[in-house]
Ligand binder design. Sequence first.
Ligand code: NDP
Ligand SMILES: O=C(O)C1=N[C@H](C(=O)O)C[C@H](O)C1
Length: 250
Amino acid sequence: MSKLRVAVIGAKGRIGSEAVRAVEAADDMELVAALGRGDDLEAMTAAGAQVAVELTHPDSVMDNLEFCVRNGIHAVVGTTGWTEDRLARLRSWLDASPSTGVLIAPNFSIGAVLTMTFARQAARFFESVEVVELHHPNKADAPSGTATRTAQLIAAARREAGCPPQPDATTTALDGARGADVDGVPVHSVRLRGLLAHQEVLLGDTGETLTIRHDSLHHSCFMPGILLGARRVPQTPGLTFGLEHFLDLG
Ligand SMILES: NC(=O)C1=CN([C@@H]2O[C@H](COP(=O)(O)OP(=O)(O)OC[C@H]3O[C@@H](n4cnc5c(N)ncnc54)[C@H](OP(=O)(O)O)[C@@H]3O)[C@@H](O)[C@H]2O)C=CC1
Ligand SMILES: O=C(O)C1=N[C@H](C(=O)O)C[C@H](O)C1
């Protein structure tokens, strides 16, 4: 059977370099291009790449994806910084290339995907819910893509269940003290040397709290999700947002 021809964009970065090793080690894949900043994207078409794994920076991802979609290269995207406006632009490119698939995953680790699922399930049962994400200090964006997505899923579940706004009697606060407001859910970002990627969802009600915590301890935790995405995205045209769509979560 022929191997899947995979390119990695952002190949020298923290997660990109791990992805290069993971693709090289996968029996069913061939690494055909490993691109860093300034490298010509045409190297992917010249090498016949079928799937590009995009792990760069919020400032770079749109140009890279426009190239991929225009050239019919499926994409697995871990880069963060997604907004409704950016998603709309991506969808318009995909409309013009209907057989191309793009998977955007705010987090490729199975534990983080489960954290989001559990948080969504729990959200309607508690009066209060806040998200704390903790990352290494080299991270460009805050809140993290995972925390933003988690808060959006929590907010949607609470809206569907008809939950009232959260209680909060704060009348005076230093700017930022109550975190960022993501659809009504406070999200707090910690940047600390020594950490990689961690998240706590704190839920509280009368007389009890529930904490859902996930810790990424090494970039290897993202690799099974990236490889799964690369295998599935060629059969999944259009935009898929979230690795959970490729997992049988029941
Ligand atoms: N979804 C997920 O599970 C995960 C997502 N991420 C996300 O992935 C992204 C990268 O994270 P991380 O590896 O820590 O960051 P790094 O800064 O370590 O790596 C990014 C790499 O991409 C390079 N780069 C930037 N622009 C381009 C471009 N146009 N073409 C090719 N290469 C480019 C950078 O080069 P240079 O150094 O010259 O700028 C750098 O080598 C972030 O958005 C992060 O949030 C990270 C981990 C998991
Ligand atoms: O920058 C990182 O490191 C990570 N970025 C992603 C995010 O913003 O959620 C995924 C993970 O948290 C690691």
